[in-house]
Ligand binder design. Structure first.
Ligand SMILES: NC(=O)c1ccc[n+]([C@@H]2O[C@H](COP(=O)([O-])OP(=O)(O)OC[C@H]3O[C@@H](n4cnc5c(N)ncnc54)[C@H](OP(=O)(O)O)[C@@H]3O)[C@@H](O)[C@H]2O)c1
Length: 396
């Protein structure tokens, strides 16, 4: 009896295993292709951009340290952390020559002469304070996304950028991958009249198990008691995910204005309809972000569709395209697909190259506006009735 049970489960089990391997195999191959050639500090360019890191964070490894390791023209010279021992072990682990630890560590790093630019990968509520401090200390800033919490904060950053003549480059890493740039190229109407009247759809659904559990409890009428600290964290997570939708939409379409037609924020999801002003027309866009959808556990896509000419364009997985992505164009019933992995560089590696180039040039790309993204998010939250995204700054 037991043997027959094992035999009858074996077939479906093996089929499931084969299906899982089949679907993750391209990802394994992709990750294996990410180039690992390191440029040692002694071989870097004489005028390499010298970066100091504020906060011994996890994200700094991907965004700066590993990316700089592979570049000739960027060098990490120092790191600062709130604790001496953490700063020291992080510096040793990543071969960073100088470190600062303790209550004054961040200020000490900003005062260093061998730092041209600072990477601010601190919690978003601390971005404004440390970005302004870095600019006033004469450093360019590579600022983690979302750059700011509100349009008001964005205005303060822009004002200080102008006063100091230094750059703040928002780490919108997805924009710098060849797949996103190809999508933008196809979208910004290189003479393609079919796409010129398209409307847009952006989705970001990433299942977050605690959010799903709370959502189920809510639906069953069971009380979910969240402390004010929990609520604050939930809103930061919502903003973090939502920012990708808004930023990708505005950047890839080249929109210069966005009017909110409809917006709704629930605890773990946001949806909105926008009217966009593009250089040669206006159009509509729908956006949705969910952290609690079991029906749609993972979607990260942007689409453009024109019903009258039956043309559509879709980029799947625009957030981490170096792992896997797919760009589909359907025209008159014919589908063509593209995958643009280049040499397998991560979005962060591409981003660091663009940052280096912006500093060399002394200017940002015209379309890199964190002000418009922040203004649009403010308008959406205002329309949902939840008001500006305001949280207390004290995170300790
Ligand atoms: N691009 C991406 O894929 C990506 C992924 C994740 C996060 N992010 C962004 O990166 C930023 C940081 O993310 P996170 O909040 O998840 O990072 P986190 O790891 O919680 O914090 C980052 C660093 O901030 C420093 N810090 C300073 N004051 C702090 C305080 N009061 N509380 C907590 N940490 C403090 C800590 O460094 P020390 O203790 O060493 O000083 C810590 O390592 C956010 O803007 C987030 O949106 C981007």
């Amino acid at each position: 009896m037991r043997l027959s049970l094992v035999v009858s489960c074996l077939g479906p089990g093996l089929a499931l295993l084969a299906a899982a391997l089949w679907s993750i195999w391209p990802v394994i191959l992709r990750l294996r292709r990410i180039p690992q050639v390191l440029v040692y500090p002694e071989n870097k360019d004489k005028d390499a951009l010298r970066i100091g890191i504020l906060g011994a964070s996890f994200i700094a490894r991907a965004a700066v340290i590993h990316a700089a390791d592979k570049r000739q023209d960027v060098l990490v010279t120092a790191v600062a952390a709130r604790s001496e021992s953490k700063a020291k072990s992080y510096a040793q682990q990543h071969r960073i020559p100088a470190f600062h630890g303790g209550a004054t560590a961040y200020r000490e790093l900003l005062a260093r002469e061998d730092v041209d630019a600072v990477y601010v990968g601190l919690p978003t509520a601390l971005h404004l304070e440390w970005t302004l401090a870095a600019l006033n200390a004469g450093k360019h800033v590579l600022l983690e996304k979302p750059a700011v919490l509100s349009a008001e904060e964005a205005h303060q950053v822009v004002k200080t950028m102008r006063e100091t003549q230094l750059l703040v480059f928002e780490a919108a890493h997805h924009r710098y991958h060849p797949a996103a740039r190809r999508f933008k190229q196809l979208m910004t109407f290189g003479g393609d009249s079919e796409m010129a009247s398209a409307s847009f759809d952006v989705r970001f659904s990433m299942l977050d198990p605690p959010s799903l559990l709370n959502s189920i409890k809510d639906t069953l009428g069971l009380s979910v008691s969240l402390s004010s600290e929990d609520r604050r964290r939930e809103r930061i997570k919502n903003l973090d995910r939502w920012w990708y939708c808004v930023d990708m939409l505005l950047w890839s379409t080249g929109a210069y204005e966005a009017e909110v037609v409809f917006a709704k924020e629930e605890r773990f999801s946001i949806s909105a309809t926008l009217k966009l002003q593009l250089p040669n027309r206006s159009t509509t866009a729908t956006l949705s972000m969910a952290r609690d959808s079991w029906r749609d556990p993972f979607t990260w896509s942007i689409s453009a569709g024109n019903r009258s000419s039956e043309t559509s364009l879709r980029l799947q997985n625009f957030g981490f395209p170096f792992i896997w992505h797919r760009l589909d164009l359907i025209r008159n019933g014919q589908q063509t697909s593209e995958q643009l992995y280049g040499a397998g560089e991560t979005t962060f590696e591409h981003q660091l190259g663009y940052f280096r180039e912006a500093v060399r040039r002394g200017s940002l790309d015209k379309d890199a506006s964190f002000l418009l993204t922040a203004q649009t998010i403010d308008l959406i939250l205002e329309a949902t009735g939840t008001g500006q995204f305001s949280i207390t700054r004290d995170l300790t």
